[in-house]
Design a protein around this ligand. Structure first.
Ligand code: ZN
Length: 339
């Protein structure tokens, strides 16, 4: 497989038009780059979904990308029993499948577990085995297939660093790119899973990136910040703790990441009514003020989640979601809103 032997490389520095980047993605989405396993599709999904988690230099740890990669595969293989390789692989199983089976053989209860409910230490072990096994196949191969234009990477130093031009492109078109990726992937899975229709596969791929449990964020905002955070971010009414919904300010269906700078406590009425819509601008200003206040604090959760935050980024993401067609939530500006 071309590119597998590359251990580190720099992205090619040249000015790219959007048209050049589309051409490169069109090639990636074509059947020309399909391999004997679905690694390419899952890696691409993981990369597209992690563009909101890169630090201000455009870097992200490969182990973080592979944690997402593992979670997606767990959902597809363990929960839905979807075969992830062609008949060209004699064992009939992708290596990631064999890793999962090893852990399930050791503890059969795992077979019934959502990935998030698995003990953190076991998850770490699974992820590091998946990383060790799969990184050779995908990171260099993807670099090669994209002509070295998407990222620099080092397997030894465990990171990729996005070409800033491609990073902005992926952030702008992430929803479209995810859907284009599904097209060839569905056709690959349909061929290798008899009895599965493209409709049922499509919904599984879409559901494969599960949200994590957000209680940690709910508690932090409710108990460790201003009195204001015990009120609904949107309607300003006081909320009882057990009624709180944690809301992704920029909808989760656009930013598939759970970070404090994009999370607010909301009452059930506002949360359900807002659903995956965008708010009016004044709530964005309110969130920026809230986040700027949080940034002044030193707690671990803030340091960890805000290392990828900047006010300008938040504004860009909001505008990108609007560009991608996310509808506006019609609500009345509550009295006394502090912006
Ligand atoms: Zn409310």
């Amino acid at each position: 497989m071309a590119g597998w032997e590359i251990k580190e490389a720099q992205f090619i520095e040249k000015y790219l038009l959007e048209e050049d980047i589309w051409k490169m993605f069109n090639y990636i989405f074509s059947s020309k780059t399909v391999k004997a396993t679905s690694y390419k599709f899952v890696f691409l999904k993981s990369i597209i979904e992690c563009v909101y988690d890169v630090n201000l230099e455009g870097k992200i740890l490969l182990t973080d990308i592979f944690a997402r990669f593992t979670r997606i595969y767990w959902y597809l293989i363990v929960k839905h029993n979807l075969r992830q390789c062609t008949k060209a692989i004699r064992s009939g199983k992708a290596s990631i499948n064999i890793i999962f089976e090893k852990y399930i053989k050791f503890d059969q209860q795992l077979m019934f577990c959502e990935y998030d409910s698995i003990d953190d230490n076991i998850k770490k072990c699974i992820e590091s085995e998946v990383y060790a096994e799969c990184k050779e196949y995908v990171v260099g191969a993807f670099y090669n297939d994209t002509g070295g234009s998407v990222y620099s990477f080092s397997l030894r130093e465990n990171y990729i660093k996005f070409n800033p031009q491609v990073l902005s492109f992926i952030q702008k078109y992430s929803n479209v790119l995810l859907k284009l990726n599904y097209f060839e992937w569905i056709s690959f899975l349909e061929k290798n899973n008899s009895g599965e229709s493209c409709y049922s596969i499509a919904s599984k791929l879409h559901e494969a990136s599960k949200r994590t449990n957000l209680t940690l964020y709910k508690d932090f905002l409710y108990f460790n910040t201003d009195e204001e955070e015990t009120r609904c971010f949107y309607c300003n009414r006081a909320i009882a703790y057990n009624k709180i919904h944690v809301d992704h300010f920029i909808p989760w269906s656009f930013i598939k990441s759970d970070r404090l700078w994009n999370l607010v406590n909301s009452c059930p009425v506002c949360n359900l009514s807002k659903s995956d819509k965008l708010t009016e601008k004044y709530f964005l200003d309110k969130l920026i003020n809230r986040d700027e206040k949080l940034l002044l604090r030193n707690e671990l959760i803030i340091v960890k989640d805000f290392n990828v935050y900047s006010k300008e980024r938040l504004i860009n993401y909001y505008n990108a979601a609007e560009f991608c067609g996310f509808k506006k939530w019609k609500t009345i500006k509550p009295k006394g809103i502090m912006v």
